[in-house]
Design a protein around this ligand. Sequence first.
Ligand code: KG4
Ligand code: ZN
Length: 352
Amino acid sequence: MIVLGIETSCDETAAAVVSDRREIMSNIILSQLADHEPYGGVVPEIAARAHLDHLDRLIAEALAQAGVGFGELSGVAAAAGPGLIGGVIVGVMTAKVIALARNLPFLAINHLEGHALTARLTDDVAWPFLGLLVSGGHCQLLLVEGVGRYRRLGTTIDDAVGEAFDKAAKLIGLGYPGGPKLEAAALRARAPGRFELPRPMLGRPGCDFSFSGLKTALRRCLEPLAKPLPDADAADLAAAFQSAVGDVLVDRTAHAFALATALAPECRTLVVAGGVAANRTVRARLDGLAAHQGWRFVAPPLDLCTDNAAMIAWAGVERLRLGLTDGLDFAPRPRWTLDAGAPKARGAGVKA
Ligand code: KG4
Ligand code: ZN
């Protein structure tokens, strides 16, 4: 089984070919970083146009690198949401056209499912597992019981954790994209304990997250400091922020261990996924937590944590194996929760 995957839900245009033998035959990513950098964030209209400009060529390259033609594909998968709708439409329409022209099954993939199932492509991970999904748009803890079977145990009540990294980096003056720049700055910290930041939600029942207070506290720390911020201050603040995020993620995930075990006693694996999972400090903290509690810890290689099309192709393989294909009338979804039955998160800035 060989599936072509397409990812266009944010600012990466990507195409990949993956087989059901867990083989990544090609995985091409074109970052639009330079297009959005002048604006300090992703501009949806620019993103959609850039996807349109590059996607056909990237698909041709992905097929050529994999050494297969359209005729050898078993299906075409596209990220069909959640995400910036202009870009999602570009990817979904392209996949539908290929499916129609080549008489192939079409697979509409939830971008979050792509992240959540990546560990089954890179590692031998069985159901059920606990998934911590930490990206630019989401921060969730999920009990993953099977393909399409997700129970949301906790979610953010305001900002996503990647969004918090991006905003913190902007405040500190580290630029865009925030996550990787903040991680690099934190490594240069000389006095990482110099600034004190809060640990929102720490110790609270359940495993919901909140990050907006952290951003406000960071702003307050910045007020008395000299501008432009000296490198040493920026590095120490970055380290303080990363350490606060690490503490929160560890605390919330520890609570999720208990919730997951109550629902599925055999669950002993923690999988981290999404862009923030590329952060080495976050990975190390979660690894430590899992080891301490006797759980297995799985984190995909860094380049499969951030957005890519191999994860979409793989989710396509998982769905195709079960016959879970979609009709060509499938409408792209700007919002698409993995667990429709989950209670609505309550909080000041809840978005989903
Ligand atoms: O999964 P992803 O590529 O896109 C979404 O689905 O949102 O995640 C992007 C997010 C951004 O907020 C980015 O700043 C963050 O992941 N990120 C990081 C790192 N690399 C990417 N955050 C912290 N440390 C990193 N090394
Ligand atoms: Zn993502």
